[in-house]
Design a binder for this molecule. Structure first.
Ligand code: AMP
Ligand code: MG
Length: 610
């Protein structure tokens, strides 16, 4: 559903300098992330003045400039905070429920939310909602209420068909989502997979060939850029340091004066305006590290190489010192551009941004940086037996552990993903969950529903309802054999799908081997072509009875001789997630093979060494 959003930043400071408005742009970003088909049709910054705010609210509602207007700021206890009063003056009906959700959920984040006087309500057909002015809080508040917005707008705008559709969506149904797939029970069900069994390397090569990085770029604040991939090479726009600076605490002097007694003319601390009156023969200026070298000085003598000769009458200032070590020209001076020359290439495109990168950007005076856009990722679980991990468990059901494992696994490697729900094992449910996931995401990771039972419907729904291409549907590995990689076009956009097996270990191992490397590739992270491989000493026999290569989970650590050693994490059955708990590496054991204790083996390291 298309919604027209408006953002009104209420801040006298931002009104004078729009660059200071952080909440407005952050909200816009979040809105478009949550509702990619929608538009932000109104943006304005207004001073903390009640009449001005009222005037803007009236014109937005009367001229129907948007369907939902968020205000950011002016909701606190300061005398100037009047947004709720202005809002109340304009609205015809209060949206008490929205206000309640905003306050109660904010209180769960911080007790300080009790100082927030948010209100919300309806003027004509426009929903007006107050958010706090802080970027974090306003974005959080948007997250708390975003789910109700399509339905609220449909009701306000009397969009009957959309109200009905929203009702059904809320109940997990979708009338237009009648799937073409019919469950094949009994004798008609398939007994052999039609998908060829690919080797892991072959399968991943197919992924790399199919998924082409889109090279979309976004500009973000440098403090949010950690671990992102730099989308532009950065040249120094200015030299660093920008002026000759002292490397020591000591005395700026003329090298030609040599050692001996010198008059202390004045002092120069870091941050002081550079002294322009040239140093005369026999003079020195007391200087601190980072201070600009005074005119005429060409060396710094560190304080340790001097002795005090005389002080002022009150004893507070030095008047003369003795230089004990003859200085050399340039000694302890960082010349202009000695760290970085102007125009030098300092940061290379397509590399991962570390804290020091961010520091270099700041040194160059940059507070924003262009990075490669990351895909929007949605996570789905499938299975009639699954319930969210809370409350009592009915017989036959289990808690959904894969979704939260996948969400946090991706987060660990830097990728934010969205929870797109649990699909039931019916074609309609799988279809409608996928459809909703495709609406807001371009990269879907699902778990379950890809094996051989009549209720494993993922592949069929992908192919029959979405015209997906299944690039592979089986991989020669244990665990993870039924792993599926598919692509399709939905609303003219390419979607990438990894449908992973439901067993929790299979789901983790295949995420590590396929999903994370594909995300790295999509993000154009050139340095990451595969996980690092290391050699370790195996501390126990490992036996693979299966004909498939087994990806044995290992705990790699250092022994007392500082050698890397590995032990298996115990029973390797694919349902036992505890075999992943301490694992930081995977070792491939070929089919029907025993690897003996004491052998040096190569393994794939996907986490830190314990
Ligand atoms: P499936 O791949 O759907 O055949 O599921 C294989 C096994 O994994 C079954 O025992 C499922 O109950 C279990 N399973 C599937 N999805 C999940 C999940 N989200 N969380 C925990 N276990 C799951
Ligand atoms: Mg299942």
């Amino acid at each position: 559903m298309q919604i027209r959003f408006g953002i009104l930043t209420v801040s006298t400071t931002c009104s004078a300098d729009p660059d200071k408005d952080k909440a407005g742009p952050a909200l816009e970003n979040e809105i478009l992330r949550a509702f990619p088909d929608s538009k932000v049709t109104f943006k304005r910054i207004v001073t903390d003045n009640k009449d001005n705010i009222i005037e803007v609210l009236y014109s937005v509602a009367n001229d129907r400039l948007c369907d939902v207007l968020f205000t950011a700021g002016g909701t606190g206890f300061a005398a100037s905070d009047v947004t709720p009063e202005a809002t109340r003056a304009v609205i015809e009906k209060e949206a008490t429920g929205i206000t309640y959700v905003l306050l109660s959920k904010s209180l769960a984040v911080t007790e300080m939310a009790m100082l927030s006087r948010l209100t919300s309500g309806i003027k004509e057909k426009t929903l007006i909602i107050n958010f706090p002015g802080s970027t974090k809080a306003s974005v959080e508040c948007f997250g708390f209420i975003k789910a109700c917005l399509p339905h609220a707008v449909a009701l306000l705008q009397e969009r009957d068909s959309e109200v009905k559709a929203e009702h059904m969506r809320i109940q997990g149904e979708n009338p237009s989502a009648e799937s073409k797939v019919k469950i094949q029970t009994g004798a008609s069900r398939m007994r052999k997979s039609p998908y060829p069994l690919l080797e892991v390397e072959e399968a991943f090569a197919l992924v790399l060939k199919t998924v082409i990085p889109r090279n979309e770029i976004e500009e973000i604040p440098i403090e949010d850029a950690l671990d992102r991939i730099l989308a532009e090479s950065i040249k120094a726009s200015r030299p660093i340091p920008p002026f000759p600076a002292s490397m020591k605490d000591g005395y700026a002097c003329r090298a030609a004066d040599g050692g001996g007694m010198k008059l202390v003319r004045s002092s120069a601390a870091a941050g002081d305006v550079p002294c322009v009156e040239p140093l005369r023969p026999g003079e020195v200026i007391r200087i601190s590290t980072g201070a600009a070298i005074p005119a005429g000085a060409d060396a710094v003598v560190q304080v340790e190489d001097t002795t005090l000769v005389a002080v002022t009458e009150n004893g507070e200032d030095e008047t003369s010192i003795n230089v004990n070590v003859t200085p050399k020209v340039g000694q302890d001076i960082r010349q202009i551009g000695s760290d970085v020359q102007a125009d030098a290439l300092v940061l290379q495109k397509c590399t991962r941004i570390t804290p020091a990168y961010i520091g270099v950007l700041a040194m160059l005076g940059l507070n924003k940086v262009k990075v490669n856009r990351r895909p929007q990722i949605g996570i789905i679980s499938t299975g009639n037996e699954l319930v969210p991990p809370k409350g009592p468990l009915q017989p036959g059901l289990i808690y959904d552990s894969n979704k939260v494992t996948l969400l946090t696994l991706l987060k660990k490697y830097g990728y934010e993903a969205k929870d797109c729900g649990i699909a039931r094992d019916t074609p309609n449910s799988v279809k409608s969950i996928l459809e909703r996931a495709f609406d807001c995401n371009d990269f879907i990771v699902s778990s379950g529903g890809v094996s051989m039972s009549e209720y494993d419907l993922l592949k069929q729904v992908l192919v029959e309802d979405f015209n997906a291409i299944i690039h592979f549907g089986r991989v020669n590995m244990k665990p993870g054999k039924p792993t599926v990689f598919a692509t399709l076009t939905y609303k003219e956009k390419m979607k990438v799908i990894f449908a992973l097996p439901g067993n929790p270990v299979s789901c983790c191992v295949t995420s590590i081997l396929f999903v994370i490397p594909t995300l790295r590739h999509l993000e154009n992270y050139k340095a990451f072509s595969e996980w690092p491989k290391i050699k370790i000493l195996l501390e126990q026999d490992v036996n693979n009875n299966d004909p498939r290569p087994e990806y044995v989970r290992l705990k790699v650590s250092r022994n007392c001789e500082n050698k890397l050693i590995g032990v298996s994490t115990g029973n390797q059955i694919s349902s036992r997630l505890n075999s992943m708990v301490d694992a930081n590496a995977l070792m491939v054991v070929p089919g029907k093979t025993v690897i003996q204790k004491g052998e040096v083996v190569t393994c794939t390291l996907f986490d830190q060494i314990a």
